[in-house]
Write a new protein. Sequence first.
Length: 134
Amino acid sequence: TNLEVIIEMAIQNLTNGIDQKTLLNNISYINKKIIKNEFEISKRSKNQVFKLKYRFVSKDDYKKILLKLNYNDYVSCSSEDDPQTYGSGIVYVFNKLYPLYDIHGDKTDILLYIKIKIPDEDGHLPVISFHESE
């Protein structure tokens, strides 16, 4: 019906062109890779500064946050981001509000900017960005 078409178009606008089912399937895929520790955090400078500021010492520090990503955290997706470094695939951007302790022990809610690439070839997920949102 026309109403169903209008609703689907509204959902696609909210999800920046990706349909809801595909987005949910890809979040599920990301979670499966995270659970198996099949992800790598890029050593970009912003990621390194974040790691030091919030005392992230192991993959588990990232894992507990990455596993909480959900549909509501989704911002956008695109087909490429530095294919020479990260291979070809789809890049997903999320913003996640999460409470963290800084180096002084102060707890504060931080809006995180997380960019993950689902590569065309099955393998480790590159977490391209994991830092405070700007």
